[in-house]
Write a protein that binds this ligand. Structure first.
Ligand SMILES: [Zn+2]
Length: 306
């Protein structure tokens, strides 16, 4: 009898704390963590695995993440195999059934996003090692940020129905702030429509598509394959022919090849953060674009883009 009452009390305490508990979310990247915070507010606890200054294809799978994943109610991933090199073993070893692929607590953010560069025909390794299912850097279009935020808000509303109205009103507020910011970014970028640039990795197709820049080549010969002398020579020739004056480089790549290309072509190398947390002032999704659009515009002004 005494044992029963202790068990009952413990069960009551557990269900009371569950009712008040925030949804415990793990996100694979800081971008997804921020979008979760935007819509989840104080009804979620969010942490990310990859840091915004790391190459998201290659993240160290630290054992400490396994413990955090074991306690998660929801895992939000970029998908399109971006995390294939490091996330699956962590998720498996967490032994948390809630967040395994296909489970209710597993959200692939790419499913509602606009995905570019989806390969057609047979996929071979010759196409590069890291983008076999379309371009996984799709969060770099603010419009995709809106789609991702909506998918997260809908998922949270399902998981915590009592807070559904809260998540939807946070989403509506985010959507409004994003729409205002998009007007500002579009106006800043408008003078540079059609301007030709080169990027190190194929991180930027959604960004350049959205803002009307034309990427004519890459420092990497193929996604995930380091620069080679013959490709670099070809790229320099093409940049000279097309008068390309800007090379975007992600913060985690060696600047040696971009700098030597810049010396040969008179182009400017611009290190541009592709993620929230990629620079100290990029503390949320809107600031990511504030930061990047400002840097691109000031670089284009200096290179005489217009
Ligand atoms: Zn990539």
């Amino acid at each position: 009898m005494r044992l029963l009452s202790i068990v009952t009390l413990a069960a009551l305490a557990a269900s009371a704390s569950a009712a008040n508990a925030a949804v415990n979310v793990m996100a694979s990247t800081e971008d997804l963590a921020d979008l979760t915070r935007q819509v989840g507010g104080d009804k979620v606890k969010v942490e990310s695995i990859a840091r915004g200054y790391q190459d998201p294809h290659f993240v160290e799978a630290k054992p400490s993440f396994i413990l955090k994943l074991a306690k998660a109610d929801l895992l939000v991933v970029v998908g399109r195999e971006l995390e294939i090199g490091w996330l699956p073993p962590l998720v498996q070893q967490s032994r948390n059934a809630k967040i395994q692929p296909g489970a209710e607590g597993y959200l692939d953010a790419s499913l509602t996003a606009k995905i570019l560069e989806i390969p057609t025909g047979q996929i071979t390794r010759a196409m590069g090692d890291v983008h076999p299912q379309g371009n996984p850097h799709y969060w770099l279009d603010p419009g995709n940020g809106r789609h991702i935020a909506k998918a997260i808000a809908d998922k949270l509303a399902k998981m915590a129905p009592a807070d559904a109205a809260y998540f939807q009103s946070r989403y509506a507020d985010f959507d409004k702030r994003l729409a205002e910011a998009e007007k500002r970014w579009d106006a800043q970028m408008a003078p540079y429509k059609g301007l030709k640039i080169v990027t190190y990795h194929r991180s930027w197709p959604n960004f350049t598509d959205r803002f009307g820049l034309d990427v004519i080549g890459y420092v990497e010969p193929r996604p995930g394959i380091p620069p080679s002398p013959s490709h670099t020579i070809d790229l320099i020739g093409e940049m000279k022919r097309q008068n390309v004056k800007l090379i975007l480089v992600e913060p985690y790549f060696d600047l040696k090849t971009p700098n030597s290309i810049a010396r040969e072509t008179g182009a400017t190398v611009l290190v541009l953060a592709p993620s929230v947390g990629g620079d100290k002032d990029i503390t949320d999704f809107l600031k990511l674009f504030d930061h990047d659009v400002d840097l691109v515009v000031s670089a284009l002004k200096q290179t005489g883009g217009k």
